[in-house]
Every structure is written in C-alpha cells, then in structure tokens.
Design a protein around this ligand. Structure first.
Ligand code: VAH
Length: 295
C-alpha cells in the first residue's frame, strides 16, 4: 500500500530477516537490528529517512515466555528508535495495542484515557512506549504518533506469537484440515481489525495535520468478535468447519484482561478514522486470499 502511494524506492522495508516473497514482493529491503543504534543511524542518514514506522516487538504470548528478550526488544529497542527520531527530526509511528490495558481498565468499551495496568511485559512495554513518546513530544517537540491496534488479521502472514493468533490460524485450518482447535473459550470477545484497515489507519494518521491531533495515542476500532462468531461466519463459506475448544490458561488469562471493545470516537473526530472491514468482509477476504494456497 505504502509503496503504491509513495513510490517503491521511497519506502524501505527493514528487519533482521527478509519476509517471504509472497509478503515482500519488490523494493528496497535492508537489514536493521533495533538493538544496534549505529546500524539504525547509518540507515536513516544514508537513506535520508523522514518517517520511521517502528514495528519491532515481541507480542504478548511470546513475550511472557521470554521476558528478558521482550524487555530488550520492546524497551531498549524503543529507546534507540526514540533517540534516533529526536536526533534526526523524524516523524515517528509506534504501534500500541489492546494489550496496553489490563484487568482494572474499563473493558466495554475501553476509552483512550483510563487506567492502564497490563499484566504482560508486552503491555507494560507498550504503555512505556506511549508515555515516553508523549513525554518527548511535549518536552522536545518529537512528532510521535501512536495507534492502539486491535488483533490484526492478515492473509499472508503467519501468526506471530500473540493472544489473538487463533483469529488468523482458524482460516488456514478451515481451508486445509477443516478442523480448528481454539485455545480460547468460545465466548471470548476481542477487538479485531483487517490488515487493510490497519495499514490505511496508520497512513491516514501519519498524514493528519498536527493541529487536528488532541492526543498522541489513539484507539482505533473495526469490529469485536468471539471464536464462536467468526466460526459461524466462516461456515457460511465452508459449512464443514469443525471447531473444538481447549482453553490454554496463559492465553485465556491474557485475553480476559484485555478490552472487549474499543472506544475510538477521538480518532473518528480528530482525523476522520472510519473502518471499512466488518466480520463479513474480513472472512470473505481472508478465505479468498488464502484459497489459492490450499486449493
Ligand atoms: C497479540 N496480536 O495478540 C497481538 C496484539 C492485540 C494483540 O498486539 O499479542
């Protein structure tokens, strides 16, 4: 999406490993380690980078399994990116998440401003990112922008160690084996979003005039569904899908601490956010996009 809008040579994808061809089709790719400040600075200076979108992080479940690494990547890595953005006057986007809330936060809906006491290192690191970005904005004028993403559903990426992974895996299972074993209870409702809406929200927010922004961090919403609801919608296309439930205590406990729905009225008012994919559109698109892989 970004490369269509800004030109292939003007968007550089970076990571410590190259994405598979079906995800990364063309344009510049460079190796970048978020823990190597010198490497990051050279990339920014040599390529005259002006906007930096920082996605490096360990997600909720994989972070709980390796707290020390999650602290390094999610917090030390973040500080490298914050320092670089200040030094090079970059516009900086850092995603936050529904995981930045905890059991003492309002859950239905969760507003932009409320108690945030998450119970995962992932959530703690994302609250830290929100607060550090806002502090550096007010103290030094850093153009820090942050969106709290719901669970993001994408057809061409595999689940990445998050609590919402089931909502990606269920499509692969529906098209391959016809059976999905869900690690959450059937009635576990979580905010979710199609990758297309996620990308568009990020680009529109990065373009929003500074004068329109009353916050540095915004919730964005699209839909909230349960495993039972998404299974029922998939069965409209694949009637034989069988779903069994085997709740995993770690992931169920994390999911039960997160918001059920997001209040994104500030994003709608300040910079015109509006989602386009609901559950019906999501399921239809995911099955079509993956069908070729399994047919
Ligand atoms: C996770 N998919 O499950 C991520 C996300 C909304 C949660 O940040 O950890």
């Amino acid at each position: 999406m970004c490369r269509k809008q800004y030109g292939t040579e003007n968007v550089i994808l970076s990571d410590i490993k190259k994405a598979p061809p079906e995800v990364y089709r063309s344009g510049p790719f460079v190796y970048a380690d978020v823990l190597d400040y010198k490497n990051l600075r050279e990339l920014v200076v040599n390529n005259r980078i002006t906007w930096l979108v920082h996605y490096s992080a360990l997600l909720s479940v994989v972070g709980e399994a390796n707290v020390a690494l999650a602290r390094k990547i999610n917090i030390t890595g973040l500080h490298n990116v914050l320092d670089l953005a200040l030094e090079s006057c970059l516009r900086l986007f850092v995603p936050s998440t529904i995981g930045a809330f905890g059991p003492s936060s309002p859950r239905d809906p969760a507003p932009d401003l409320c108690v945030q006491r998450p119970h995962t290192i992932y959530g703690v690191s994302k609250v830290h990112a929100e607060l550090m970005g806002e502090y550096l904005h007010h103290k030094y004028g850093l153009d820090f922008r942050c969106l709290r993403y719901p669970g993001i559903i994408s057809a061409n990426t595999q689940p990445g160690g998050g609590t919402t992974d089931y909502a990606v895996q269920i499509f692969h299972d529906a098209l391959s084996t016809g059976h999905h074993e869900c690690y959450l209870r059937a009635d576990t409702r979580l905010p979710m979003m199609h990758i297309g809406d996620c990308h568009r929200a990020t680009v529109e927010f990065m373009h929003a005039p500074e004068c329109q922004l009353s916050l540095r961090t915004y919730n964005i919403a699209a839909m909230s569904f349960t495993p039972e609801e998404v299974s029922t919608e998939i069965r409209k296309h694949l009637p034989h899908l069988k779903v069994t439930y085997n709740p995993d205590s770690v992931r169920q406990t994390i999911a039960d601490s997160w918001p059920v729905r997001f209040d994104d009225s500030n994003a709608q008012r300040d910079w015109g956010w509006k989602s386009t994919y609901g559950l019906e559109e999501l399921v239809s698109d995911m099955l079509q996009a993956n069908y070729l892989t399994y047919s």
